[in-house]
Design a protein around this ligand. Sequence first.
Ligand code: GUN
Ligand code: ZN
Length: 442
Amino acid sequence: MTAISTPARVLRGPLLSFAADPGDGDTPAPGSVRHLEDGAVWMVNGHIHAVGDYVELAPHLPAGINVVDYSGKLMMPGFIDSHVHYSQLDIMASYGRQLLDWLNDYTFPEECRFADRVHADAVAEAFLDETLRVGTTTAQVFCTSHPGSVDAFFSAAKRRGLRMLAGKVLMDRNAPDGLTDDTLGGLADSERLIGDWHGKDRLGYSLTPRFAPTSTREQLEATGAVLRNAPDLHLQTHLSENEGEIAWVSELFPESRDYLDVYERYGLVGPRSTFAHGIHLDQGMRQRLADGGASIAFCPTSNLFLGSGLFDRQACHDVGLATSLASDVGGGTDLSGLATLKGAYQVGQLLGQPLTAWQGFYRLTLGNAKTLHLDQHIGQIREGGEADIVVLDPQATPLLARRTARCQTLAETLFALMMLGDDRSVYATWAGGQRVHARDAA
Ligand code: GUN
Ligand code: ZN
C-alpha cells in the first residue's frame, strides 16, 4: 500500500498483460495473455480499481474523471529488473576486462565513492530517473557496503512511491579498505537498515553478500542466521559467473565440493534467494538450486559484455529451476528491459533456444514478479494490483514505425519492439498511479 494518495485517473489504449506463463511456443498457452485493443485502466489511490474494454468501463466512470489517451501505444505492466547495481551507473561501458579485473580496476574504486552520502544521493536519483525512463518500475538492487548508500537509495525510491528491493553489500575481505566492512558489524548495519526500511511503504530488504570470495565464513554464517530468523527477507548474491571466479572460490573454500555448496553450507539457498548469472553450473547444481526454491537472474548484456559465457535457460527449465531477467548494470550495457530481451534472444540463438516475444515480455513482467515473490502486488494489469504501467510506442523512431507498419500480428510488433526498441520506445511510465516519466514532456 503506497503512502501517497493519488487522484483517480483512467489510462485508455491498447493493453497487454499476462495472466500466466505463455510457454516457449510460437503461440501463447491458452488463457495466458490478456490483450485489449481499446482498453481502460481505472486507477484509484495507487491501485488498479478496474480494467477492461473502454466501452464497457466507460458507463461506470465518475463524471469528469481524467482520461489519458494512449491510442496507438501499448500499455503493459511496469518492467522488473531482478538484479542491478545502482552504484555502478557511472562505470557502465568500461573497456576490456573480464570479471575479476573489472571488479578491481573499475568497480571497487567506484563503489568506494559511496562512503560519501551526498554522492550516493545524487547517483540514486540519477539511477531512478534512468530506470523510469526505460519503463522499469521495480528492481532488486545492490547498493554498496556503506549503509548510507542504502539510506540514499531507499529514501529516493520512497519519495517516488516505487516498489523496490535493495540491500547493503556484505563484504569483509578481498577488497579495498574503503569497501570492506567488519564481519559482524556488516550484519549489525544490515539489521538497522532492515528495521528502518523493510516493509515500509513499497520497500523490501534483500540481504546482500556480494559473492563468496569477498565474505569470510563467519560473515556468510551470520548472514544465514539473519535469514533463518526472518524468512520474509530476500537474499541476492552472485554465483558461477566466470571461470576465474570459480577457481578462486575453490581455493578459498577447499572444504566445499563446488561453488554452490559454499552458499548451501550457510543456509543461503532459499525461496527468496536470487543468484545472479549461474552460467557455469552442471545439472546437479541446477537441481539443488531448484530443490531449494531459489532462482537465477539471467543477465544477458552483462554476460556478453564481460565475456562470461552463454546462459543455458533451457537446462534450468528442464529441472524446474526458476529464472528471472536482469540488466546487471554496470556489468550490463543497458538498463532497458527491451535491451535485456534483445540480449537474451541473441544468447538464446547461440544455444539454439531463441526467446519468443511472448516469453520475453512475460519474463519482464509477471515472470520476474513471481520469481521475486512480488506477484501479489505487481507484474500484471489487474484489478487490485498496484498501478505500475509502462506505455510503449511502436512508432517511436522512423525505423520502428516502418518496421511495425509491416507487422500483421501482436507477436510481430512485440518482437520488433524487443529487437529495435530502446528508451525512445517508452512513451510514459506510471508508478503507484502517478506519472513518473513522460518522453515528450517539455
Ligand atoms: N560478482 C561480484 N561482484 C560483482 C559485480 O559487481 N558485478 C558482477 N557482474 N559480478 C560480480
Ligand atoms: Zn551483479
